[in-house]
Ligand binder design. Structure first.
Ligand SMILES: [Zn+2]
Length: 327
C-alpha cells in the first residue's frame, strides 16, 4: 500500500480480512498515519516537507500522527459496532444506516487539513443489510480524495458486491519468534512470555492483551476448567453455561477459541505429538478420558458455532445450546 501510494495508485477501498486480534485495525490506522504524516514526503517532486521519500513508518510525533492516535483527526473516521449493557447482558449493536449516512457525508467533503479523507470501518460484518447497501453507493462512486478501509475477521459474510469493490488484503498468523522478540522487552518473566506467545496462536494483539491484562492467564485457565466440566455434565448444567456465554458475544468467542486450543492439545497428546501442543492447560492428565473421535467432533462443532456467532442475525443462545448438545 505504501508503494501504491508513492506511485499515486492507491485503490479507493481496501478490505483487511483475517483472524481477530492479528493487527488489522492497528495496521489500518498505521497506514492512515503514514499517508497523512507531516514528516513523510510522498512524491519525489514535492518539497513540502523534509522527508526523503523512503520512510516506511509514520513518525508518530507530528500533529497528524498524534491526532489519529487519539481518534481526533478531522479527516480520519473510525466506525465500529458499539456495545450496550442492559441488565447484565452485553450486546454488540449493529452498525446502522444512520451511522453509515453520516460517514458517507463526512468522507464526501473535501479534506479539512490532509491530502485524503480516510474511513476505517472495523468489524464491518456488523453492518446491517440496509447500511451495507447504502455504503455500496460510496464504493461505487468514490470521491477522488477518499480512502476506505474495511476491517473484518468474518469478511466472507459481507455482501459479495462490497467485497468485489475492495482490494482484499488477507492477514495471516505472525510467526511466534516475531511476537516473542517484540514483547521480550516488556515481559518480566520469559517463561510466562513463552506461554503467552504459544497461547496467542500467531495473533500479536492477543499476546499483548494476555501480557498487559492482569489475571488474563488465570481467566483462561478457568475457561478451560469450565469446558472440562461441561464434558462431564448433564444437559441442564451445559445449558446454564450456554445461557451465560450468550450474554456476551465476545466472551463466548474467546471461550470457544480457548476450548479449541485445548482440544487441539489433547489430539496432539493422543498422537504422541506433545511437543507441538500449546499446553494451554497447565494440568497434565491422562488423555484416555478423551477419545480421539469425540475430540475431533467437538472441534468441528465449536468451529461451526464460532462462524454462526460471527453473524449477528443468528440467535447466539440457540447456537450455543445446540453446541452443548453436540459436544
Ligand atoms: Zn507523523
Amino acid at each position: 500500500m505504501t508503494n501504491s501510494a508513492a506511485k499515486n495508485r492507491l485503490a479507493h477501498a481496501y478490505l483487511f480480512g483475517g483472524p481477530a486480534e492479528i493487527g488489522k485495525k492497528t495496521l489500518a490506522l498505521e497506514f492512515a498515519k503514514w499517508l497523512l504524516c507531516a514528516k513523510i514526503k510522498l512524491h519525489p517532486d514535492s518539497s513540502l516537507n523534509g522527508g526523503t521519500g523512503e520512510e516506511k513508518f509514520a513518525c508518530g510525533q507530528c500533529r497528524s500522527c498524534q491526532d489519529i492516535a487519539k481518534n481526533q483527526h478531522p479527516d480520519v473516521f473510525v466506525l465500529q459496532p458499539r456495545q450496550e449493557e442492559k441488565r447484565g447482558v452485553i450486546k454488540t449493536l449493529e452498525i446502522g444506516i444512520d451511522e453509515i449516512k453520516t460517514l458517507r457525508h463526512q468522507i464526501s467533503l473535501f479534506p479539512y487539513s490532509a491530502s485524503h479523507k480516510i474511513a476505517v470501518i472495523d468489524q464491518a460484518e456488523w453492518l446491517t443489510r440496509e447500511a451495507a447497501n447504502s455504503f455500496l453507493k460510496t464504493l461505487e462512486e468514490p470521491s477522488g480524495k477518499s480512502l476506505i478501509i474495511l476491517v473484518s475477521p468474518a469478511w466472507q459474510t459481507l455482501l459479495p458486491t462490497i467485497v468485489s469493490r475492495c482490494q482484499l488484503i488477507r492477514f495471516s498468523a505472525v510467526p511466534e519468534k516475531e511476537i516473542f522478540d517484540k514483547l521480550s522487552k516488556e515481559a518480566k518473566n520469559i517463561k510466562v512470555l513463552n506461554r503467552i506467545v504459544k497461547l496467542s496462536a500467531g495473533r500479536p494483539g492477543r499476546a499483548l492483551n494476555l501480557l498487559r491484562e492482569a489475571g488474563s492467564l488465570e481467566t483462561l485457565q478457568q475457561n478451560i476448567e469450565i469446558f472440562k466440566k461441561i464434558l462431564k455434565s448433564d444437559l441442564a448444567a451445559r445449558f446454564e453455561v450456554a445461557q451465560r456465554l450468550s450474554q456476551n458475544s465476545s466472551l463466548a468467542q474467546e471461550n470457544l477459541s480457548q476450548w479449541l486450543l485445548w482440544l487441539r492439545d489433547k489430539i496432539l497428546e493422543n498422537n504422541a505429538c506433545q511437543d507441538l501442543a500449546i499446553k494451554i492447560d497447565g494440568v497434565s492428565e491422562s488423555t484416555l478420558n478423551y477419545p480421539q473421535k469425540n475430540l475431533i467432533n467437538s472441534m468441528r462443532e465449536i468451529q461451526k458455532t464460532k462462524v454462526i456467532l460471527d453473524n449477528p442475525s443468528f440467535n447466539a443462545r440457540l447456537a450455543l445450546e445446540v453446541l452443548m448438545m453436540k459436544i
